[in-house]
Ligand binder design. Structure first.
Ligand code: ADP
Ligand code: FRU
Length: 343
């Protein structure tokens, strides 16, 4: 198999994002209308797959979902009620009105957003190979996202607790000949570490042109993820994690955390409107941000950045080029809703 026919595999979360666009972030305990609402496939690895695919990189996603996302539920319900659904027209903006309620456990307040939308996105629409999805019992993670029109901010409340992550056993079944790059969104790190060891073992048994590069994203402030720092060729660390380590800039973060990554690996840190910095073998790289005319939607900016960087590096581009391209694409993405306009 030629390298150009191989794919980038992203391992991590897929969830449903119920995105409420509001003029202004709602006051807690208020009951307001949103300007618009949409359902969108979400999750860091899943979003990165969308972006990679839009950029023209062949991509696969590996993650867990439960049977019966909403669209399937609707069709199944038609069948259950012996209703022929072949003449059903899916209107992107029409469905039974639903309200999303964000309750606060601390004070019992509830913030209500009214919605009226329909599931629109799926993997096949973006030609993403989803054959590595695991069908397991549990609930597909759902996130209620509030995107503010005034400043593009995104506030996410994610329910992601009862689906098992991709296991070592699942990963062992992956035919590594199909991939030239595997990106892991740090989640079940102790198991992901063993998955990466499998890739390392594979790499030691094949000629150099068949080796698989590995990147990891350490986004959440969770001690157990930090074992991944020295496991990859490319490590993305978030500003949240960087701040948690006491760093106040991307440059300080990559310098301060560089001893945690393997020699020869790149450590990259994105920092919203300040762009991104990287370090490799002691050499620093920086790209400024490319702000859009108007900030519209910053949800998934980081996932867009990661994907764009991987897109360039997986094609043999250098780190400076990848960083600048990542900031350019992620900045542009902040200027529109979703990901479609990246293409
Ligand atoms: P996350 O979505 O994970 O919080 P960041 O906020 O660090 O990720 O953003 C990732 C990249 O997206 C940044 O490096 C930058 O290039 C771009 N970006 C994010 N927010 C903005 C912004 N307000 N203006 C311009 N670019 C932005
Ligand atoms: C964006 C995102 C959303 C999802 C949330 C999960 O980066 O992946 O799509 O709801 O983060 O943390």
């Amino acid at each position: 198999m030629q390298p150009q026919q191989k794919s980038v595999l992203c391992v991590g979360l897929v969830c449903l994002d119920i995105i409420n666009v509001v003029d202004q972030y709602p006051t807690e305990d208020s009951d307001t209308r949103c300007v618009s609402q949409r359902w969108q496939r979400g999750g860091n690895a899943s979003n990165s797959c969308s972006v990679l695919s839009l950029l023209g990189t062949k991509t696969s996603f590996m993650g867990s979902i439960s049977r019966g996302p909403v669209s399937e539920f609707i069709l199944e319900d038609f069948r259950k009620f012996h209703v022929d659904a072949s003449l059903v027209t899916e209107h992107a903006q029409c469905a039974a009105p639903v309200s999303i309620v964000i309750g606060n456990r601390n004070n019992g307040s509830r913030t209500i957003l009214h919605m009226n939308s329909f599931i629109v996105s799926d993997f096949s629409r973006l030609s993403i190979d989803s054959s590595l999805l695991s069908w397991v019992s549990g609930t597909t993670p759902v996130a209620c996202c509030v995107v503010s029109r005034s400043n593009g901010s995104r506030t996410v409340v994610l329910y992601d607790t009862n689906l098992p992550d991709v296991s070592l056993e699942d990963f062992s079944k992956v035919d590594l000949r199909n991939f030239h790059w595997i990106h892991f969104e740090g989640r079940n790190a102790s198991e992901q570490l063993q998955m990466i060891q499998q890739v390392v073992q594979w790499n030691s048994s094949v000629p150099p042109d068949q080796r698989v590069s590995v990147s990891v994203e350490i986004e959440k402030v969770r001690e157990e993820l930090y074992v991944l720092f020295n496991m990859a060729d490319v490590v993305f660390v978030s500003k949240d994690v960087a701040r948690n380590f006491g760093f106040e800039s991307a440059k300080d973060a990559v310098m301060g955390l560089s001893s945690r990554v393997r020699p020869g690996s790149a450590l990259i840190c994105a920092w919203a409107e300040l762009g991104a910095d990287a370090i490799k073998d002691g050499v620093l790289f920086h790209s400024s941000a490319f702000p859009p005319m108007k900030l519209v939607d910053t949800l998934g900016a980081g996932d867009t950045f990661n994907a764009s960087v991987i897109h360039v590096l997986s094609q043999g581009g250098d780190l400076q080029e990848a960083l600048s391209f990542g900031c350019r694409v992620a900045g542009a993405k902040c200027g529109f809703h979703g990901y479609d306009e990246i293409a």
